[in-house]
Design a protein around this ligand. Structure first.
Ligand SMILES: Cc1cc2nc3c(=O)[nH]c(=O)nc-3n(C[C@H](O)[C@H](O)[C@H](O)COP(=O)(O)OP(=O)(O)OC[C@H]3O[C@@H](n4cnc5c(N)ncnc54)[C@H](O)[C@@H]3O)c2cc1C
Length: 326
């Protein structure tokens, strides 16, 4: 059975849900809140409810409500790896803040230990860790996400989050109180259960010379600036690198740099990035992703896999040829 567009975009919340969310979050819950402002692509329709969760107790209360009412929910970090559909998201979108943003870093013998809440920014975490000489932290520098999102994605470059994780604490509808879990790490994904919200993480690094570590990190940040369109709204690399190759190389080889659908453009600087160059919709980006994928499949025989997560309700994906050729 397929849903009509009207059904797909109708709020799932009733008055009791709204009252319960108000009781937990007060002013920190908004209804029918457009999500574009909370994503790095600046794209996305409204969430039935958007709540900023400031403590583990609030998260537990929310998880219990979602479980009791069988309501869908989604945890958003800084929205730098998601494409939210133009029809928005049903249920509750939550973003962590408050106590979840805390970071504490210390030297422990020949190691640097960093304890971070899931909403702490990777920029703050890498700066703190580098100042204590955390070896390898440069590989996580310049990733514009939160600790929770980066853990879920196993974000990184030559080295990844999982290489440094010591402990992960999560909360979920079935086990709302914070508890530690064991996670397996793979290329840009993990074994973390879909219904687990990362609450906090402990990372451990070997300790080196802070000056050397800071200089190496700075050099990587400079290189990133010259090779990635970091000033434009995008979500970083759209496709995962296939085994033994680079998605950007394949996309460039089919001549896709500069291809446009509506306000979405394949970056002329980095072929695996799609920029919102003005008023792009999720349908524009999805259509451009499909066009790039088709071209790489047809001309290179490689099936590119998405790295970005497509979430929510996608509507109106039909585009004319004229749009695509712009
Ligand atoms: C300019 C640019 C450069 C980038 N460079 C890199 C790079 O070098 N390497 C790299 O790996 N990535 C890169 N990215 C992609 C992105 O920054 C990372 O994937 C980042 O780790 C995502 O974090 P986030 O907080 O934005 O997560 P979001 O995009 O908000 O969410 C991503 C996924 O994580 C889940 N999630 C978020 N928070 C939690 C939580 N607390 N608990 C459980 N699940 C959670 C979400 O539900 C979603 O499924 C880049 C993006 C941009 C825009």
């Amino acid at each position: 059975m397929s849903l009509t567009t009207a059904q797909a975009i109708a709020s799932l919340l009733n008055d009791d849900d709204r009252a319960a969310l108000h009781a937990i979050f007060g002013d920190r819950v908004r209804f029918d809140e457009p999500l574009a402002a909370y994503t790095s692509w600046k794209i996305g329709g409204p969430a039935d409810a958007f709540a900023t969760v400031e403590s583990e107790a609030e998260l537990a209360a929310l998880m219990r409500h979602c479980f009791a009412r069988a309501l869908p929910w989604f945890v958003l970090g800084s929205g730098s790896n998601v494409l939210v559909g133009d029809g928005g998201m049903r249920g509750i979108v939550l973003r962590l803040g408050g106590a979840f943003a805390e970071i504490a870093a210390r030297v422990d013998g020949d190691r640097v230990i960093v304890e971070a809440g899931a909403s702490a920014g990777m920029a703050a975490l890498t700066a703190k860790a580098a100042s204590l000489g955390a070896i390898g932290i440069g590989s996580l520098a310049g990733i514009p996400g939160t600790v929770g999102g980066s853990l879920r994605m196993n974000a990184g470059t030559d080295r990844e989050m999982g290489d440094f994780v010591h402990e992960v604490w999560v909360q979920s509808p079935l086990k709302p109180d914070p508890h530690p879990v064991t996670v397996q790490y793979y290329y840009r994904h993990t074994s973390l259960a879909r219904d687990a919200v990362v609450a906090r993480v402990t990372l451990a690094f070997e300790r080196g010379d802070p000056k050397h570590v800071r200089e190496e990190m700075q050099a990587r940040l400079v290189r990133r600036k010259s090779t990635q369109p970091i000033a434009l709204p995008n979500a970083g690399s759209c496709f995962r690198n296939p085994e033994g190759d680079k998605a950007a190389r394949l996309i460039e080889s089919v001549g896709a740099k500069g291809w446009r659908v509506g306000g979405a453009e394949v970056s002329p600087l980095h072929a695996n990035f799609i920029n919102n160059v003005g008023g792009a919709t999720a349908a524009d980006v999805a259509s451009l992703l499909a066009r790039v994928r088709r071209a790489v499949h047809d001309r290179c025989g490689v099936d590119l896999q998405l790295e970005v997560h497509l979430i929510g309700v996608f509507i109106d994906q039909a585009h004319t040829r004229d749009d695509e050729e712009k």
